[in-house]
Design a protein around this ligand. Sequence first.
Ligand code: ADE
Ligand code: ZN
Ligand code: ZN
Length: 302
Amino acid sequence: MFATLITRAYSFASPAQGTLSFDCKALAAGLAATWLLAGHAHAWGPEGHSVVGEVAQRRLTPAARAAVTRILGEGVSLASVSMWADDVRPSRPETYNWHFVNIPLEDSRYDQDVHCAPSPKGDCVVAELERLRNELRCAPTDTAKNEALRFTVHFVADVHQPLHTVREKQGGNQVLVATYIAGATCTGRCTPKPTATNLHAVWDTTILHKAAWDWGALVDAVEKNLPNYLQGASSSSEPKEWALETHRVAQSVWAATPSNGVIDEDYYRMALPIALQQLGRAGVRLATFLNDAYGSSTCPVR
Ligand code: ADE
Ligand code: ZN
Ligand code: ZN
């Protein structure tokens, strides 16, 4: 499936190559107004979060599956609740910082006091996942257990989005770029349009949007390549280690930012396997996190 996504991108890119070059200055001028309107991106978009939820769902133990059913309700999927944390973010300002951890690019260590300091907007995704490890199993009410599960599904995915571990330029939200990508969703009579956005949003949504309309196809691509994606991945169950691993990915992603600010077909081909790898690692780790949480009833979790 992954091969199909890439091959389709290639086969369209080659004949269209001539149309993929343009005057960058004119483009920048034309897009400046749109850039001012470009929103602040929060998380993987719905597709990325749904993929992570689905990959995890397929790996739940019987005990964890039963707990998820008890907590969410019969037939309610992890994918279907995976964006809830973004929906409640505006009305719960204390959760704002739980979606990311601001580690400077040059740092290779995580310093809780510096990178995850408490604030009225919350601390960071690493600390929140540590709390959720306990709340999933030991929260005092059904409602609190339900919210813990919804937050966990979302934040395990967020800590795998490379730019969610980067402090610079608000994780790339302030790096203005233009995308010019056909990918696998702009084929036939479709011609790619230059689009003003920012580097963060490219990683949250654009790359995945260009790869498929159907997020189930992204799940298939992740599942097919999962053994590759897990090779070299940390076997730690510590969110701090996941964040540091993601941060190393972010260092190379950041360095690959084109100096002309144009995210083109070549960038997309480089980025898609990295995005899918991160979704796969997140899905497998989410499953283990839930299997551990619901595999015992001892409280508190040590
Ligand atoms: N806001 C500030 N820094 C951020 C980051 N690294 N990721 C997402 N949102 C942010
Ligand atoms: Zn988020
Ligand atoms: Zn984001």
